[in-house]
Design a binder for this molecule. Structure first.
Ligand code: DC
Length: 221
């Protein structure tokens, strides 16, 4: 089974997907990690993130696999490197190249073909898994997303800077030529601005259960 979760930055997609994965026996597939892997490998090889041709060459030859539940880059888990400031600053640009998106999408589909997954990103329900059995669009107001991030960062970065960064990321996500953020009409829309993580997870789990009841699936196909 494939559960696809879309939504803008800072809506809690990854927390929700991780919790739902554990509760429903699904593998949590973080699509952003694949863009981060291409970005990290390109920076590591001295490739400019504006050089689409070289980025494509790096992404084409990169071995991206799931091993022991973690994404590996050429056989090595790089969790820490993928979350570095340098990757944070460059990944939106890298993910805007359509040819890179095609490569990442083919990795995601290959992995989804081997196991039951919950995948989260910006285009999971519309582009990558248009046939996903369950589709969720997680939204929240700019203000609540900024406040959550502010708390996560232990109030070390001023709220207005965080608010501006999120608004800028929203703009990039909305206006990307390919893979831009869209609401699939059949997706369950959840505005989490005034909901707790548990409440959102319950709504997603109910949606999965109702799909399984309709089709007679057990959740593990
Ligand atoms: O979710 P994240 O912060 O790890 O995502 C990293 C970057 O990749 C972010 O700029 C959005 C982009 N991304 C994307 O364009 N499409 C996806 N399916 C997932 C992430």
């Amino acid at each position: 089974m494939t559960v696809a979760v879309d939504g803008p930055a800072g809506t809690g997609k990854s927390s929700v997907a991780k919790h739902v994965a554990a509760a429903a026996g699904l593998f949590y597939l973080n699509s952003g990690g694949f863009y981060r892997a291409v970005t990290w490998a390109s920076l590591d090889r001295g490739v400019s993130v504006d050089d689409g041709g070289s980025l494509f060459e790096v992404s084409r030859t990169l071995k991206l696999e799931i091993a022991d539940g973690r994404l590996t880059v050429d056989g090595v888990p790089r969790q820490k490197e993928l979350r570095s400031q340098a990757v944070d600053a460059a990944v939106a640009r890298v993910s805007s190249f359509p040819r890179i998106r095609e490569i990442v999408n083919s990795h995601l589909r290959r992995i989804a073909g081997c196991m039951d997954i919950i995948a989260e990103g910006r285009d999971m329900t519309t582009v990558v898994f248009p046939d996903a059995e369950v589709k969720i669009y997680l939204d929240a107001s700019l203000e609540s997303r900024a406040r959550r991030r502010f708390a996560e960062l232990h109030r070390e970065i001023p709220l207005d800077i965080i608010r501006r960064q999120i608004a800028e990321r929203d703009e990039i996500d909305r206006t990307k030529a390919v893979g831009n953020l869209k609401l699939a009409p059949e997706a369950l829309y959840i505005d989490s601005s005034h909901l707790t993580l548990d409440q959102v997870c319950d709504m997603v789990l109910r949606e999965i259960l109702s799909h399984n009841h309709t089709t007679g699936e057990t959740g593990q196909s």
